[in-house]
Design a protein around this ligand. Structure first.
Ligand code: SAH
Length: 401
């Protein structure tokens, strides 16, 4: 029996004391906020979120499993049908056009989930290739509609689909990752960023292949690099390292990452851009930083862009401790007057928290830290005011005496 996923499959009653965030338009309804469910919605089907006095608060999609049970999309009477998704994706696309991010040789994020009113959907463009990263069952079930809209708007060479790892357990075998439209690229797709060329591995690379959120920050950080010896820790495929070497005219750049695959692509990227004063090595960040400290290595700039340390509220204290020791090690490697570019992509760690980490480090190592720039992700990763978690990326550029 096939169910019409766009028809309302049930009513989800929110607990009386938990309704506020949804009235304020936060899109994530967790199991702990749900009192009961009327009807038998299937995963991926439209439901109504109902509050006090039987009042419909919003319409969303039922996820059935996982941390978020209902994702909300509309706080008015609109139906969540093909036309709705077409309109939302068009709105997202128009923003990137306004931002001047649609140059054919470049890459950008076209849809950023909650931040574009499309919870569970990420769409990145690499030249004329589109990579969809589905993060919810609702979006997986709507892939034909979504890829149809993207195909009409962009006429890409291919649309590739990747699933967030957690989701694979929920959608089972019915959705394979792979090519949705067109033919996959042979090998890495080469994109341009600030005049540099980067090979991007769309199917095997991390996330959708490249950390597009740091594009503007790579340029900003490179401005401080002239003449310096730079350490790019967590370099992935060399984004910051190559920007510092070429745009920033750094004296010498070392990039390190735990992933062998990333390091190999970083080395290929260095060659592709004709940069000889950059070297990449595979290694664990914490271990390497300690070794460097113990043998008295010094750098004029240290870049720290680790993976997400806090996956939820409960892991914030541990994450803050990890950020503290990482940043402490980074500061200890800096010569006086050196630049620390330090990032956190944990949405649950606030800017204030991250600031306090640096405060703690300065106290402990007895050095002065001046914050020069407190940056976030580029404008193709907007912040949705009703969902503060979308303001996840912190990139602080500091001078350390
Ligand atoms: N700065 C990069 C993005 C970094 S993403 C850019 O601009 O493209 C975080 C990186 O940390 C990933 O490449 C991941 O492979 C790496 N990583 C994760 N844990 C690590 C560890 N313990 N030591 C070194 N690298 C690690």
């Amino acid at each position: 029996m096939s169910v019409d996923l766009d028809s309302t499959g049930g009513r989800v009653f929110v607990r009386g004391d938990r309704a506020r965030p949804f009235l304020e338009r936060h899109p994530w309804v967790r199991a702990t906020s749900i009192e009961r469910i009327e009807g038998e919605p299937v995963a991926g089907q439209v439901v109504e979120l109902v509050g006090k006095g039987d009042r419909v608060i919003a319409r969303g999609i039922y996820e059935a499993q996982g941390g978020i049970r209902v994702r909300l999309y509309a706080w008015d009477q609109r139906q969540l049908d093909a036309e709705f998704w077409r309109e939302r994706i068009r709105m997202a696309f128009m923003l990137r056009e306004t931002l001047g991010l649609m140059r054919p040789s470049e890459a950008c994020r076209l849809v950023f989930s909650e931040a574009d009113g499309l919870s569970g959907l990420i769409v990145d463009r690499y030249r004329d290739y589109i990579v969809i990263q589905a993060g919810s069952v609702g979006m997986v079930r709507r892939l034909p509609v979504i890829s149809g809209v993207l195909n009409d708007l962009l006429r890409p060479s291919a649309i590739l689909v990747r699933l967030e790892p957690e989701l694979r357990r929920f959608v089972g075998e019915s959705c394979e990752e792979g090519v949705f439209v067109g033919h996959p690229p042979e090998g890495p797709v080469v994109i341009e960023e600030h005049g540099l060329q980067f090979g991007v591995d769309l199917m095997e690379g991390q996330k959708t292949g490249f950390y597009l959120d740091q594009r503007e920050n790579r340029l900003a950080v490179a401005r401080y690099a002239p003449g310096r010896r730079v350490l790019d820790m967590f370099c992935y495929t060399g984004g910051f390292a190559l920007s510092c070497a070429k745009l920033g005219k750094a004296k010498e750049v070392w990039g390190m990452d735990g992933s062998e695959r990333a390091v190999a692509l970083a080395q290929a990227n260095a060659r592709q851009n004709g940069l000889a004063n950059v070297r990449f090595e595979q290694g664990d960040a914490f271990q390497t930083l300690r070794q460097f400290r113990d043998r008295g290595e010094r750098f004029g700039m240290v870049i720290l862009d680790p993976p997400k340390f806090a996956g939820g509220k409960a892991s914030v204290p541990d994450a803050l401790r990890a950020y503290h020791s990482l940043n402490r090690l980074g500061v200890e490697l800096l010569e006086p007057g050196g630049i620390l570019a330090t990032c956190s992509c944990s949405g649950y760690v606030t800017r204030e928290d991250f600031f306090n980490v640096l405060f703690g480090v300065a106290q402990q190592v007895k050095r002065e830290i001046q914050v020069l720039e407190m940056r976030s992700a580029g404008p193709d990763h907007p912040t949705w005011v009703a969902c503060r978690e979308t303001n996840y990326l912190k990139c602080f550029i500091c001078r350390v005496w």
